[in-house]
Design a binder for this molecule. Structure first.
Ligand code: FEO
Ligand code: CA
Ligand code: CA
Ligand code: CA
Length: 601
């Protein structure tokens, strides 16, 4: 159709209409397959998935639950193969276990949940004739990291008293990673993974005696008694009244070297501790990585870390070892934004100010460099472990839930997905400002940031809102200035990816316009800037995660399909991906073009 031809290169597909089908719906002329499902065996000796006879031992060798971030890394010497890295953010026990009793989980169920959390590394193989992508079980690079695997804390806060527990008096050795949401891919061939809502696993903050410790826990969302999953009944480290520092060992960016099957993943303290959504680096002109990061909470902040060390090129052992130290030394900054329109013109409705744009300038406020704190009254260790409190003190800008924050590999401009904020301007909460211009913000916005002199290490930037999401017919929405009668409606942007042509792709979580969530592509430059086009939708109850846009293939993680209030193993709200009578399973999906040509060309 004319519509398809008119789109920007890379986005020339017939957009998928908003819908509520219990399926992955792709554009006409495109095909799909399930690459890997929750429970598929990936390690040597792991049994086939059997939901009626699941065990913790089996799960520890199988693909985990609720796949979120995905990245694909090249695999030299093995034709048609790549290394897939996946996060497993959390578990939905009601959907996983027959007859689950939420008040009385069994030890085996809890240990299965520990093993279903974490990360997977699994080699995948393409079928050149059909476009299908499938897992290669038992490959020597395949790995699982769970809530009980060994991780090491590195960087300036490693070994701090704040990180010591009775099980680990060194403050450097942690068991497990939790709530790994989105992540990033480094130019030196490692994967980054953000530990996000770790607070939900820690019980009994209410019983902590020390008022200062209690206040810190509260700032990180821990103030209650028993947790929903009741893990504290099976391991004291999840009980804050017994181990008040254990939760300080979560909320970090984790770095994994998927090419070394013996490597111990590192939690990088120099990148600060908060509800890390994701972390994506860009190199400065002299080769130092700058990592952009969001803290996904209403009224929290976005950050960057500037390394003081240069990346070494090449694949030598010396280069690989050196590059694994890049994220341990540098400066952590938080963003402060100022609008350029009179405050009186920002009335919380989303109406554009008289200069026609939500825009302004910003500064990066330094929080700590190595062992030096830049925040009065806090040591550097305190800044890294309680980064939110440091950012509060320096007056950073309270944003509408910063999810993914990613630089465009083509232009260097940084995009921040601000997913929504139902509390903006409500009760005594901060009211709308130019960067967060709608009160009770249901649909979110996407901010575009240009560093001064295009230098990712710069201390200031210009910014403007690229998208103000929601129904295109609603006057409070803005689609980059593109005519809104020609766009796909988008709501609640979450993850960000770029295609080979420089288009921005956004996946959504919590679409508030009546459609299931989906994946969207949008041009950021040229005459079609702002033309949002929907590429796929996901099944009932699911969120679209982990998008990867390659030349000839799109990958998405279909997370928490069937997660609908009141749904259970026995009464599912989705029958995806295997149909009626089969348990609903979070899975990775590959999409390609039936005629074998590139995506959207
Ligand atoms: Fe796990 Fe912020 O999404
Ligand atoms: Ca303005
Ligand atoms: Ca997310
Ligand atoms: Ca989200």
């Amino acid at each position: 159709s004319g519509k398809v031809r008119g789109a920007a290169r890379g986005l020339r597909f017939a957009p998928v209409a908003p819908n509520t089908a219990d399926a992955v719906t792709v554009p006409e002329g495109y095909a799909q397959n399930v690459v890997i499902r929750w429970g598929d065996p990936i390690l040597r000796g792991a049994p086939a998935f059997d939901p009626e006879k699941q065990s913790a031992k089996a799960q520890a060798g199988q693909f985990g639950y609720n796949n979120d971030f995905l990245t694909l890394l090249p695999l030299k010497g093995e034709r048609g193969r790549q290394v897939l890295f996946a996060n497993h953010e959390y578990t939905d026990e009601q959907l996983m276990f027959p007859g689950y009793d939420a008040e009385n989980p069994t030890r085996e169920q809890v240990e299965i949940a520990w093993a279903a959390h974490g990360l997977s590394v699994v080699v995948v193989e393409e079928d050149r004739r059909t476009g299908r992508l499938t897992a290669v079980p038992r490959h020597h690079l395949n790995r699982r990291f769970t809530a009980t695997s060994e991780f090491r804390l590195t960087g300036p806060a490693a070994g701090s008293d704040l990180l010591k527990t009775s099980a680990d008096p060194t403050g450097t050795k942690v068991l497990g990673t939790l709530n790994n949401c989105a992540g990033g891919t480094t130019p030196w061939g490692t994967a980054l993974s953000g530990e996000e809502n770790f607070n939900q696993y820690f019980a009994n903050a209410a019983s902590v005696a020390d008022p200062e410790v209690k206040a810190r826990l509260k700032r990180y969302g821990m103030s209650g008694g028993a947790t929903e999953r009741k893990w504290e009944r099976f391991d004291d480290r999840f009980d804050l009244a017994k181990e008040p520092n254990e939760s300080n060992r979560f909320g970090w960016v984790v770095e994994v070297d998927p090419y070394d099957p013996d490597s111990v993943p590192r939690k990088r303290t120099a990148l600060g501790r908060f509800k890390h959504e994701a972390a994506q680096p860009r190199l400065t002109a002299d080769g130092r990585p700058v990592v952009y990061m969001g803290d996904d909470e209403r009224f929290d902040y976005f950050y960057k870390f500037v390394s003081s060390k240069r990346m070494m090129k090449g694949d030598s052992r010396a280069a690989r070892e050196h590059n694994l130290t890049l994220l341990d030394e540098g400066t952590l900054y938080v963003a402060k934004l100022t609008g350029d329109s009179p405050a009186a013109e920002i009335d919380g409705s989303g109406k554009l100010p008289s200069d026609g744009e939500f825009d302004g300038s910003g500064v990066w406020i330094p929080l700590a460099t190595g062992t030096t704190s830049h925040v009065p009254g806090m040591t550097a260790e305190e800044v890294y472990v309680h980064t939110r409190l440091a950012a509060d003190k320096v007056g950073a800008t309270k944003m509408d839930r910063p999810e993914d924050v990613e630089p465009s590999p083509r232009t260097g401009r940084v995009y921040v997905a601000l997913t929504n904020n139902s509390r903006r301007g409500v009760d005594s909460n901060p009211a709308a400002d130019e960067a967060n211009p709608r009160n009770a913000n249901k649909h979110g916005q996407v901010l575009e940031l240009a560093e001064h002199w295009d230098d990712p290490a710069a201390d200031g930037f210009a910014w403007r809102l690229f998208l103000v999401c929601g129904d295109p017919e609603d006057p409070s929405t803005y689609y980059g200035g593109f005519p809104k009668d020609q766009v796909s409606p988008i709501s609640c942007p979450d993850n960000i990816a770029f295609d080979p042509y420089g288009n921005l792709w956004l996946s959504t979580d919590g679409n508030a316009l009546g459609s299931h969530d989906g994946l969207f592509g949008v041009a950021t430059a040229g005459g079609r800037r702002g033309e949002v086009r929907q590429f796929l939708t996901v099944p009932a109850g699911a969120e679209t995660c982990g998008p990867i846009i390659q030349d000839r293939r799109v990958l998405v993680a279909v997370q928490h399909p069937g997660e609908v209030d009141g749904a259970s193993y026995e009464q599912p709200a989705s029958v995806w991906p295997d149909g009626p009578g089969k348990v609903v399973r979070p899975s990775v999906v590959a999409v390609w073009r039936e005629d074998g040509r590139g995506i959207g060309v």
